[in-house]
Design a protein around this ligand. Structure first.
Ligand SMILES: Cc1ncc(C[n+]2csc(CCOP(=O)(O)OP(=O)(O)O)c2C)c(N)n1
Ligand SMILES: [Mg+2]
Length: 802
């Protein structure tokens, strides 16, 4: 045996063990552990499809610095590999899909066995690898890779996953940025969830990827097939295989050797060399030959990966595979969630020589020595150096972010955002150098311009601004270079969120802390909501700045108005949402945000707020283009703290207060004016400025849970604030967004609430037209306040126009 043969023998053995363990993991989760419960689905077939490719990668090809996004349903294969490598405890595998067990789809945050990128929502993990590669280039160009080798970002992709549009959006962006070090390995089993996929898709993909500068590697035939093609009559067989429709190939695979023989003899039998080629093989040999596609042929895979390892060009591998390879489910079009029956499992178990009761033994049934296999696994480069995740120290955030003297001026939060970043950009600080901004073609219109003017755009190779070179006056300096700190993206919000996800994981992936800030038009959060959710699920850390928002963007037109985004901000786990009205609030919030993004504790919630502030997360700022007159006030520590907790009193209640107005964000002037107009007819109207309905709500929920668990004294910020209101006091809430954002305030202490907000959209007009039309103007607030409180008719109330 040569060294090469020896290695192949070990890899073949590992592949068998992996396939067995993955199949057993799924089987016992369904048939043993959860007997009687709803079947959680099989995915034995989908896993088996990638068994050979993943064995090749994890035990031979990968290096510790490489990062992989594994196709969701290959999760059992991944966990089995980590189990063999000693990184996945048996209890977790036994508890696959159970509470705290190995996850159904690989999860960075919930699994403990070294998952690089979460997957589950198909398409996203794929694109994530591309953006991670761009971020690695960014980190390297800024000198933060130190002596760490560059990793390859690899996605294992289902062929039906290639239908996801976000993959193509990413492809374009990758090309623009000169993507390197990225492999997408397609598991071309020609089956999706529902069906067998269209013929000839690979040719379309091949052209497309080649067009975008990728190397394309096609692994169609394994070595057995290649050898057979060299036999007399072999060319005819090759031609038949190449012409065979996907559906038929799948069906024959499912049926096995005898069916192959009949079909092949019927269609290409010649009583000569072709028939002889077929007849030389037993049924099982013939089935093995026909199943020997490139993606299940270890030598072909190793050769292809080795060749691609010699360069850094992005490479798209299309590996022909069989869904359900080696299992009785192989090839059946309905096998996606299929499970082997207990009887089939017994037959399979016999075939891999696993004795009943020894199902979890790592090397049970192996034909090679356990010690040899164990040694091989631990010597595999990917596992040899232990845990592969990095960490990076936090970047110190200044105690205070500067803002220009705005007092008494009229400024929008969007303008304030630009001002604050501009002030940061002026300074030569560690803090400033770790900020990286990105935007999908709305850099200028979201006020990132001043920052970009100072800090430049990132590109691996410098590119001058032609307008500047030609001395044509322009407000913006558009110069690209390796030290630039802004990543300009095309108009694809999906790419923005995935870029933020990649930037926001850099401390873990690259060992270099970045402070990513991404800007987007608020309504287009919907377009990328799944990507945003995905980024949060992976615990990426970033600041998302969304502007303009609501109906307040009035002249921009009805199509761009956003109603539901405050609710997204509240409901999105891992994302802390703020909607400030004034620039001094924004400065406090951004300072907090840069710090919060870097927190990494998992201690108990803060006793005063009951928020998970030690853990940290990402931040969403909902801003506006509406200029507001800025308050003249000093930012005391107390005020700053209240702003962070989510609300502060502009006018606190007294025992005489019969109505309180609570507003969030840009409708501040209407709320303030309404409180003024009510003054003559209601005593001591209270006015609450809400900066984060999200944090108020999260605090109240957490405090309630704490009380349920026996901590009777737990109280959150909003609970303490509203405890000051008389029991009969009415509350009016107002927000330029869905009224549910604040209507829950009534449930905190049981007050009556009239919730104003926006439920319909699409009308163009001035801000005052629209506020009136949708009922969030001063008059509407006064009207609601009158209705929410007892007392005489308010004299300044106008009758509402129909
Ligand atoms: C965004 C999204 N939509 C739908 C699904 C449900 N789903 C899971 S796998 C799958 C089909 C996968 O087919 P393919 O990528 O070819 O993988 P295979 O199992 O064939 O290897 C679908 C539709 C999902 N996980 N994510
Ligand atoms: Mg498929």
């Amino acid at each position: 045996m040569t060294v090469h043969d020896d290695r192949l023998a070990v890899l073949a053995e590992l592949e068998r063990r992996i396939l067995w363990l993955a199949s057993w993991t799924i089987h016992q989760a369904n048939h043993v552990r959860e007997a009687g419960e709803v079947k959680v689905g099989g995915h034995q077939a989908s896993s088996a499809s990638l068994a050979t490719i993943m064995t090749a990668l994890y035990f031979d090809v990968l290096r510790p610095q490489d990062r992989v996004a594994v196709k969701p349903h290959a999760s059992p294969i991944f966990h089995a590999i980590q189990y063999l490598a000693g990184n996945q405890p048996l209890e977790k595998l036994q508890n696959f899909r159970g509470l705290k067990g190995a996850q159904s789809y690989p999860s960075r945050t919930k699994d403990t066995d070294d998952v690089d990128f979460s997957t589950g929502s198909v398409g996203l993990g794929v694109a994530q690898t591309l953006f991670s590669s761009l971020v690695q280039d960014y980190v390297r160009a800024h000198g933060w890779m130190k002596d760490r080798p560059e990793g390859r970002m690899i996605a294992l992709v289902g062929d039906a996953e290639m239908d996801e549009g976000n993959i193509y959006e990413a492809l374009i962006e990758g090309w623009k940025h000169g993507l390197r070090n990225c492999w997408w390995v397609v598991d071309y089993n020609r089956q999706s969830l529902d069906a067998v996929i269209r013929e000839g898709l690979w040719q379309k993909f091949e052209q497309m990827f080649a067009n975008f500068g990728w190397d394309v590697v096609i692994l169609k035939h394994g070595m057995l097939q290649q050898q057979a093609f060299a036999e007399p009559g072999g060319e005819v067989l090759r031609d038949w295989i190449d012409r065979c429709p996907n559906q038929l190939y799948s069906a024959l695979t499912f049926q096995g050797g005898a069916a192959w023989r009949k079909k092949l003899l019927d269609e290409i039998g010649d009583q000569g060399p072709v028939s002889a080629l077929i007849d030389r093989r037993s049924d099982s040999e013939l089935a093995a030959l026909m199943n020997n596609l490139g993606g299940h042929d270890m030598p072909s895979l190793l050769k292809a990966f080795e060749a691609a390892s010699k360069h850094d060009r992005p490479t798209w591998f299309i590996c022909y595979t069989i869904k359900g390879f080696s299992l009785p489910l192989a090839g059946h079009k309905d096998n996606h969630a299929g499970l082997m029956t207990p009887a089939q499992l017994v037959t399979f178990q016999d075939s891999v020589r696993v004795r009943p009761g020894h199902e979890w033994d790592k090397w049970e049934g192996a034909t090679l020595e356990a010690a040899k296999l164990e040694a091989f696994v631990h010597a595999a480069p990917f596992f040899a150096k232990g845990p592969r995740r990095h960490s990076a120290a936090s970047v110190a955030v200044p105690d205070k972010l500067s803002i220009p003297a705005n007092s008494g001026k009229t400024v929008s939060t969007q303008m304030g955002f630009g001002q604050i970043l501009n002030e940061i950009a002026r300074e030569d600080s560690e803090f400033a150098s770790h900020i990286v901004t990105t935007s999908p073609d709305v850099t200028v219109s979201t006020n990132l311009g001043p920052w970009v003017n100072r800090r430049g755009l990132f590109a691996r190779d410098a590119l001058a601004d032609t307008f500047k070179a030609e001395r044509i006056p322009s407000t913006y300096n558009w110069e690209f270079g390796p030290s630039g700190q802004h990543l300009e993206l095309g108009i694809a919000e999906s790419n923005l969120m995935l870029m933020l996800s990649a930037l926001g994981l850099s401390h873990s992936i690259n060992g270099a802390r970045l402070l990513p800030v991404g800007t987007v038009y608020d309504p287009f959060i919907y377009r990328s909501a799944d990507q945003l959710n995905y980024a949060c699920y992976q615990d990426a850390r970033f600041m998302l700045v969304a502007t303009p928002s609501g109906i307040t963007l009035a002249p921009e037109g009805g199509a761009h108005q956003s109603i539901g985004t405050p609710l997204i901000g509240m409901a999105q786990d891992g994302l802390c949402a703020f909607e400030p009205a004034f620039i001094d609030e924004l400065a406090v919030i951004m300072r907090f945000g840069f710090d919060y993004m870097q927190r990494n504790g998992d201690g108990d919630p803060d006793e005063t707020t009951w928020l998970r502030d030690q853990t940290g997360g990402s931040v969403y700022l909902r801003l506006s283009t509406r200029p507001l007159e800025q308050p003249v006030r000093a930012m005391t520590d107390e005020l700053a703290n209240d702003i962070i907790q989510g609300a502060y009193w502009i006018r606190p209640p007294t025992p005489n207060t019969s109505v309180m107005i609570a507003y969030q964000g840009i409708v501040a002037p209407e709320a303030i004016a309404a409180a003024g107009l009510l003054a003559e007819d209601r005593r001591d109207v209270a006015l609450l400025a809400v900066t984060s309905a999200d944090r108020l709500n999260a605090g109240a929920q957490a405090a309630e849970r704490a009380r349920q668990r026996g901590n009777a004294g737990a109280a959150s910020h909003i609970e303490r604030m509203l405890a000051k209101l008389d029991r009969n006091c009415g509350i009016v809430t107002v927000v330029d967004g869905h009224p549910l954002t604040l209507s829950w305030l009534g449930s905190v202490q049981g007050h009556r609430v009239k919730a104003l907000g926006v439920e319909h959209f699409g009308q163009t007009g001035t801000i005052s037209d629209l506020y009136h039309h949708y009922g969030i103007d001063t008059n509407a607030i006064v009207h609601a306040a009158q209705a929410a409180s007892s007392g005489r008719t308010v004299r300044y109330l106008r009758a509402l126009a129909n």
